[in-house]
Design a protein around this ligand. Structure first.
Ligand SMILES: [Cu+2]
Length: 111
């Protein structure tokens, strides 16, 4: 009997920490997304034009920009960021609003 009581006590003690931890993680993502005008997201390269400095990216939902998952073309602010990347690469990229446009200000292979 005592053993079961102890187990319950432990569950009650630790359960809130688990929930808090998970919540914190999720929260962190949206916080960093709202800092400045930039959003960090992940996707896959579907094509690139190094001369034009454009990249075709398949990305997931980007709530901060009201975008559902899609494949779309972006301009890359610094074309050289595309060198070394190829179609099929998983990437982490940063998007920034520039007037009416959304440009990629950073892109690198996903770790
Ligand atoms: Cu999009």
């Amino acid at each position: 009997m005592n053993g079961i009581k102890t187990l319950f006590a432990l569950l009650i003690l630790f359960a809130p920490f688990g929930a808090f931890g998970a919540h914190n993680m999720a929260d962190h993502g949206s916080h960093s997304a709202h800092t400045q005008n930039s959003v960090v997201s992940e996707g896959e390269i579907r094509g690139a034009n190094l001369e034009a400095g454009t990249v075709l990216l398949k990305h997931g939902d980007i709530e901060a920009l009201n975008m559902r998952g899609m494949t779309m073309q972006f301009s890359v602010k610094d074309k050289t960021a595309l060198s070394g990347l190829k179609t099929g690469d998983r990437v982490v990229f940063t998007l920034e609003k520039e007037g009416a446009d959304i440009v990629v200000t950073d892109i690198r292979r996903a770790p």
